[in-house]
Design a protein around this ligand. Structure first.
Ligand code: SF4
Length: 168
C-alpha cells in the first residue's frame, strides 16, 4: 500500500507500513507508521510513548500471557497463571498449547513458578493465585514441587492414586 505525501513544494511517494492502536494508556491513540527514506515515521500518537510502542510493535512485538492451567483438585480445577515477563507475540500460541499439557498436582503459593523457562523463552510461568490444601484433592501434601507434564510425569506421579484425571 502506498500514498502521496507532500513536503513543501515537493511530492514524495511513501510506503504506508501499518496502522496501530497504542495500548500503553487508556487513550488508545491510532498511530500510522510509514517508512520514509529508510526511517519509520509515526503520526497520530499524542506522546513519545506511542512512538516507542509502535516501533517495538513493528520490529519485535511482545506480550504478556494470562491464562489458566488444570489441577487435580476438584475444589479448584483450574489455577490462574501468567508469564513472569513479556514474551515474543508470535510465541503465544505455542505457549498456550504447552500450558494445555500442564496439570498441577500439589499445593503451591501465589508467585511460585509453574513452568520454568517455558519453551526456551527465558520466561517462567507463575501462579497468580494460591492453591492451598483445603481444595479436596485426595492427593495429599507432598511438598512444593508443582507441575507434572501430562504426557510423561503426570501419569507416573499419579500411578498409584485414584484421583480424577481431567480430560485434555
Ligand atoms: S500515544 Fe501516548 S497518549 Fe496516546 S495511547 Fe499511547 S501512551 Fe497514551
Amino acid at each position: 500500500m502506498s500514498s502521496i505525501v507532500e513536503h513543501g513544494s515537493s511530492v514524495q511517494q511513501v510506503s504506508v507500513h501499518k496502522q496501530l492502536t497504542c495500548i500503553t494508556c487508556p487513550i488508545g491513540c491510532r498511530i500510522s507508521v510509514e517508512m520514509q527514506n529508510g526511517e519509520y515515521v509515526f503520526s497520530g500518537n499524542r506522546c513519545t510513548k506511542g512512538a516507542d510502542f509502535a516501533r517495538a510493535e513493528i520490529t519485535s512485538p511482545m506480550r504478556s500471557l494470562t491464562t489458566t492451567v488444570r489441577t487435580v483438585f476438584p475444589g479448584m480445577p483450574v489455577l490462574p497463571v501468567r508469564t513472569k515477563t513479556e514474551v515474543p507475540k508470535n510465541k503465544i500460541p505455542s505457549l498456550i498449547r504447552e500450558l494445555a499439557k500442564v496439570v498441577v498436582t500439589k499445593k503451591i503459593s501465589i508467585g511460585e513458578v509453574i513452568v520454568p523457562d517455558i519453551l526456551g523463552t527465558n520466561c517462567d510461568i507463575i501462579a497468580t493465585s494460591d492453591l492451598e490444601g483445603d481444595q479436596g484433592s485426595g492427593i495429599g501434601d507432598q511438598g512444593k514441587i508443582v507441575v507434572c507434564y501430562r504426557s510423561v510425569k503426570f501419569h507416573d506421579t499419579l500411578a498409584n492414586n485414584n484421583s480424577p484425571i481431567p480430560d485434555p
